[in-house]
Design a protein around this ligand. Structure first.
Ligand SMILES: *Cc1c(COP(=O)(O)O)cnc(C)c1O
Length: 383
């Protein structure tokens, strides 16, 4: 059976390096070494220094490339290290079109760091293709997408924008953190570079910080390799191993969390104390059809509005099961409050204009029993 023959769940377990060729060990060895001996000066070793290449990290990099259906994978010390490195494919004078409600760290990178390097960005509502087209400038070199977006789960039509960008020779990048390759494989839809905060669903246990990049083709892969080695924000061997350990159960975690998320979203929708529920799997999601076309599932993140900041804070103080924290995509449910956490730095009027109201909370559904999560929310919402 060739790798491309295998179903996704088989690839998760049999990704190529799952058995150590040397010893038969049932997991990838952790090569805790910074450098490698040259046994023969004339024939240097395949790996010579761990920033340039470490066998444990390489196993992870091949693993994510296989899962995303790409040519090459790269592992970084965090999601932001991955995103920063990918953006440095651009040069001074270039312009990039970006999803308006992109991850806060990506927004900060573009507006406080890359702008100083004369890499310019325009943020647009990517649910409106016209806005994307209108943002095109003579020096536009790339489009950066994030779908579903955070925290209001807006949907970008990946294939439509990727095709438009390709015609114009623009590089396309997509942050696939929320969906993971289990649900959504952007390279199959024409995207050039897929990026992950593997800290979230891929790692899945709130115990590792990591970022991944996958390139669709080899020539882009060579350019990212040069940047990874040059900038040096690589993932350690220990963390690479831990991430692979988590990724093996991606399918069962995603499926179980999603089932509970659907149940929770429907329950919230019927609750009189909840004004609005954002979840791509609900029938009233404005772009649910676009999402269903490009993704195999809806994921485990449900956002909802309880009407006011006071009610939100009271609920956050009363819940007993979820972690009240930033982050998402873990075995334990995580409830976060954008107005005071991820989007606290955003001016209030800008935040409100983006639908991130004082009453909006984001629930990342974990692996607890769905009825327990609902009972817990029920008592927390009983104001
Ligand atoms: C968390 C997150 C990031 C940043 O990743 P880190 O691992 O925290 O650096 C980027 N994009 C999305 C969508 C995220 O949720």
């Amino acid at each position: 059976m060739t790798q491309s023959d295998k179903q996704f769940s088989t690839k998760l377990i049999h990704f190529g390096k799952e058995i150590d060729k040397e010893t038969g060990a049932s997991s990838v060895p952790i090569f805790q070494a910074s450098t490698f001996h040259h046994f023969d000066l004339e024939n240097p070793p395949v790996h010579d220094y761990s920033r340039s290449g470490n066998p444990t990290r390489e196993a992870l990099e091949e693993y994510i490339a296989l899962l995303e259906g790409g040519s090459r994978g790269f592992a970084f010390a965090s999601g932001m290290a991955a995103i920063s490195t990918a953006f440095l494919l651009l040069s001074a004078g270039d312009h990039v079109i970006v999803t308006e409600d992109v991850y806060g760290g990506t927004y900060r990178l573009l507006t406080t760091v890359l702008n100083r390097l004369n890499i310019d960005s325009t943020f647009v509502d990517m649910t409106d293709f016209e806005q994307v087209k209108q943002a095109l400038k003579e020096n536009t070199k790339a489009v950066f997408m994030e779908t579903p977006s955070n925290p209001t789960l807006k949907i970008t039509d990946i294939a439509e924008i990727a095709a438009w960008a390709k015609e114009r020779g623009l590089l396309t990048m997509l942050d696939n953190t929320f969906m993971t390759p289990y649900h959504q494989r952007p390279i199959e839809l024409g995207v050039d570079i897929v990026i992950h905060s593997a800290t979230k669903f891929l790692g899945g246990h709130s115990d590792v910080l990591a970022g991944l990049v996958v390139t669709a083709d080899e020539s882009l892969g060579r350019r990212v390799k040069q940047l990874q080695n040059g900038l040096g924000a690589v993932l350690s061997a220990q963390e690479s191993w831990l991430l692979m350990r988590g990724m093996k159960t991606l399918k069962v975690r995603m499926e179980a969390s999603e089932q509970s998320a659907i149940k929770l979203a429907q329950w919230l929708q019927a609750h009189p104390g909840v004004e609005k529920v954002y979840y791509p799997g609900l029938a009233d999601h404005p772009r649910g059809d676009v999402h269903a076309k490009q993704s195999k599932g809806f994921g485990a993140v449900v956002s909802f509005d309880v009407g006011s900041g006071e009610r939100a804070r009271r609920m956050l103080g009363r819940v007993k099961l979820p972690l009240v924290a930033v982050s998402l995509g873990a075995v334990e449910s995580i409830l976060s409050y954008p107005a005071m956490m991820s989007h606290a730095a955003m001016p209030r009027d800008v935040r409100l204009a983006r639908g991130i109201t004082d009453g909006l909370v984001r629930y990342s559904v974990g692996l607890e029993d769905a009825d327990d999560l609902i009972r817990d929310l029920e008592q927390a919402l009983d104001l």
